[in-house]
Design a protein around this ligand. Structure first.
Ligand SMILES: [Fe+2]
Length: 177
């Protein structure tokens, strides 16, 4: 049986085993798939129907695990991550639109519809800018695994049509943003 504690122990071992982002993401992917398949470990989330809520489930040296509830029909800004990451959908649906620079201009790629069990990934520098949309009339729940505590990273969001970059920092439930 997978528990959050057993997942975190294996994640910590993977991160300690090397610092190549591609290799880490490849190794964490099946661990996260197992965690998504057995949801007995899931905490009860106070889901806000109108705002995204991020609960920090754990963090260590070179990793963090966050449970995110994302409201019905909500869309994130286009944003970066500055570290590797995996997002596994627990319930609901999240449509990810990756973005890529083409001739110095940020352009959307083909959107990907992530249903429960699906895992998407971000790996800097070429695959780490995206936006997320919840197409359903209920919140989505997803597990996010990152190579850092994102609340510590000076990230960015992108006003694509105005070709502008803005500062962006995430916060967890119960913290001032
Ligand atoms: Fe993201």
């Amino acid at each position: 049986m997978v528990t959050l504690e057993s997942f975190i122990a294996e994640l910590d071992a993977v991160v300690r085993g090397g610092d190549d982002a591609d290799a880490i993401v490849k190794a964490v992917q099946p661990l996260l798939a197992e965690l998504l398949a057995d949801q007995a470990w899931l905490p009860d989330l106070p889901v806000d129907a109108t705002l995204p809520v991020a609960h920090l489930l754990g963090k260590g040296d070179g990793w963090s695990v966050v449970l995110v509830a994302f409201p019905a029909y909500a869309t994130t800004p286009v944003h970066d991550h500055l570290t590797w990451g995996l997002v596994g959908v627990v319930s609901g649906c999240e449509v990810e639109t990756p973005y890529s620079y083409v001739d110095g201009v940020l352009r959307p790629l083909e959107p990907v519809r992530n249903e429960p069990g699906a895992i998407s990934q971000v790996i800097p520098p070429d695959q780490e800018i995206h936006s997320i949309f919840n197409p359903l009339n209920r919140p989505s729940i997803s597990v996010h695994v990152y190579g850092a505590d994102l609340a510590d990273l000076p990230r960015h969001w992108y006003d694509v049509s105005a070709n502008q970059v803005h500062d962006y920092r995430s916060a967890y439930a119960g913290e001032a943003s």
